[in-house]
Write a protein that binds this ligand. Structure first.
Ligand code: W6P
Length: 337
């Protein structure tokens, strides 16, 4: 119907990445009207881009009830914003728009858990092959990054309305990343030194250079085997028991094992990164890299196009190098989060 036509229309546009400098300048000028004009186009573009991508997911996953829920929530929010496509801009419009954004933000509050649930539903009902797992990893990175960016836009619009300059990403994104890293280090230390009376401290170094701000956290928690390293960032590798609903609200994504991959997305969102380096038997370094310059800190956004859709159809290549390092590490399960 009409909505799918609008989806086709808006998904043709590429999202427009903003820099932190632009977010700050937007906030300084505090022009709610300008912000509205920008968002009533940009939000549908970002929603449509990721909604198109949802439809490319493996069919088995698309059929899962939780993925259906996610799909419908996105469609509803897209329709909500369509109401503002051609309206006159006045105080009433601005008020209504703001209320709509709050409604959308609340509607999508638990969508990461719902999507994670969908992946669990798939895991429990089907054998998941490497190709499917690869697709899901690719999709979730893009889906979650899209969500981070949409929430950033909504939060910034709200702040413009309520006050002077404030920027919302630094505190909440940084909190999420540090919380996750401290949690992992602390657990590793406690498990590695369980019989000792004293635990080695976590060492944190913060540096600022011309280009980068770095936060390095070093623990002596016994480290991680090199073969396990990649798994730490895999959504499908989470093996911890399912949390209760209440847990999910007190701790960022407790139990779904999305803590590290999502933390890395927060770092990458403004062209930073999060990397781990470990010495098996000794300890682990985690480094958060952030752009020091606000004009270099641009949003990194997924774009729906031929390249992205091709990814979902491309076989994972396993044949151009010999395999097998032995040890069966790929199937050994690691408790994360
Ligand atoms: C560990 C495992 C880990 C993951 C992320 C951050 C720190 C650490 N330390 O042993």
């Amino acid at each position: 119907g009409n909505i799918s036509k609008m989806l086709d229309f808006y998904s043709q546009f590429n999202p427009s990445p903003l820099s932190i400098k632009q977010f700050i300048d937007f906030g300084l000028s505090a022009c709610e009207r300008k912000s509205f004009i920008f968002l009533r186009k940009e939000l549908p573009v970002r929603l449509a881009n990721i909604m198109k991508e949802i439809h490319l997911l493996p069919e088995n996953l698309l059929k899962m009830p939780s993925v259906g829920i996610v799909n419908n929530l996105y469609a509803t929010s897209f329709e909500d914003i369509m109401q503002f496509e051609k309206v006159d801009v006045n105080e009433t419009t601005l008020d209504k728009f703001c209320q709509t954004l709050v409604k959308i933000r609340n509607r999508h509050k638990d969508i990461v858990e719902t999507m994670a649930q969908g992946v669990l539903e798939l895991k429990e009902s089907h054998d998941v092959d490497a190709q499917t797992e690869n697709n899901i990893q690719y999709f979730l990175d893009r889906f979650l990054m899209s969500r981070i960016s949409i929430r950033m836009l909504i939060n910034q619009h709200k702040l413009e309305r309520c006050s002077q300059i404030r920027i919302v990403y630094v505190p909440s994104h940084l909190f999420h990343m540090l919380f996750e890293l401290f949690k992992n280090s602390m657990r590793a230390i406690m498990e590695h030194h369980s019989s000792n009376a004293e635990y080695p401290a976590i060492e944190v170094i913060v540096s600022r250079g011309k280009e980068d701000i770095c936060v390095k956290m070093s623990d002596r928690g016994g480290g991680i085997p090199r073969s396990q390293m990649d798994h730490l960032f895999k959504y499908m590798y989470s093996t911890a028991p399912r949390p209760t609903k209440t847990d999910a609200h007190t701790v960022p994504l407790a139990g779904y094992g999305y803590g590290l991959p999502v933390s890395r997305l927060y770092a990458r969102y403004f062209h930073g990164d999060l990397v781990l380096q470990s010495c098996d038997g000794y300890g682990t370094d985690a480094i958060i890299y952030l752009k020091a310059l606000s004009n270099e800190a641009n949003e990194l956004l997924p774009i729906f196009n031929k390249t992205s859709s091709k990814f979902y159809r491309t076989q994972v290549s396993t044949t151009d190098w010999s395999s097998h390092c032995g040890g069966g590490m790929a199937t050994r399960q690691l408790r994360m989060s």
